[in-house]
Design a protein around this ligand. Structure first.
Ligand code: PGA
Length: 250
């Protein structure tokens, strides 16, 4: 049995005070349903969120990092710096970083092992855009991203990586993938991973992301290969996010 993961991607939202306020409401309402809950604030709210999560089962992840340990990389942050704040994971390869900030699969091939080496849990995002889906290229896109981004991760570490399947056409659009579309893509990713190691592929948590809301979360997560959700818009409100966390325990 794979433990479900519910991750809240706040993107470029929330001040420290807003992060603390969210955390109070989250911890007050958090069901004891055996899920893993991860909050991904902007860098500036990491420390406040880590502090607010202390003593709870909620962990905190960053939204990006650089692959080098240190050096002349103005504006960047390393895995070690995140660890130093009490951060436990990091989102890598989010489509907004790929689209707007030049994130490449080649860089991700270094970032994923660098995160693991520093003891951070990577949440690797993959997914096709609308033209690729319409052109029947979804399988090729996912295969290429998975193969390249995880190429340097040793087999026995694969299960430490969380993967988020996020079709770009579903992110922030209100156009959620159907549960069947989500299952099909997530199963394809798992089959691809089993080419590396069947045992590890069975253990890897693969999430769905893209317009997950309280009203559609249960159906998406009821799919046999969907092990949770990466939530953007609906994770800004603690009541909505709590409803999604609750849906995972059903
Ligand atoms: P959304 O974002 O839930 O607002 O579609 C998901 C994401 O970008 O991770």
């Amino acid at each position: 049995m794979r433990t479900p993961v519910l991750a809240a991607n706040w993107k470029m939202n929330k001040t420290r005070a807003e992060a603390r306020e969210f955390m109070v409401a989250l911890l007050e309402g958090l069901p004891d349903n055996g899920t893993e809950v991860v909050i991904c604030p902007p860098y500036t709210a990491l420390t406040a969120t880590v502090g607010a999560a202390e003593g709870s089962r909620v962990t905190v992840a960053a939204q990006n990092m650089h692959q080098a340990e240190s050096g002349a990389f103005t504006g960047e942050v390393s895995a070690q710096m995140l660890r130093d704040l009490g951060v436990r994971g990091v989102v890598l390869g989010h489509s907004e970083r790929r689209q707007h900030f030049g994130e490449t699969d080649e860089a991700l091939a270094e970032k994923v092992p660098a995160a693991l080496a520093a003891g951070l849990q990577p949440i690797l995002c993959v997914g096709e855009d609308e033209a690729q889906r319409d052109g029947d290229e979804t399988a090729d896109v996912l295969t290429q991203q998975i193969d390249t981004d995880l190429a340097s991760v040793p087999e026995d570490e694969l299960a430490k990586v969380v993967i988020a399947y996020e079709p770009i056409w579903a992110i922030g659009t209100g156009r959620t993938a159907t549960p069947e579309q989500a299952q099909e893509a997530v199963a394809l990713i798992r089959v691809r991973l089993s080419g590396r190691s069947t045992e590890m592929a069975e253990q890897v948590r693969i999430l769905y992301g893209g317009s997950v809301k309280p009203g559609n979360a249960a159906d998406l997560m009821a799919q046999p290969d969907v092990d949770g959700a990466l939530v953007g818009g609906a994770a800004l409100d603690p009541a909505d996010f709590l409803a999604i966390v609750g849906a995972a325990g059903q």
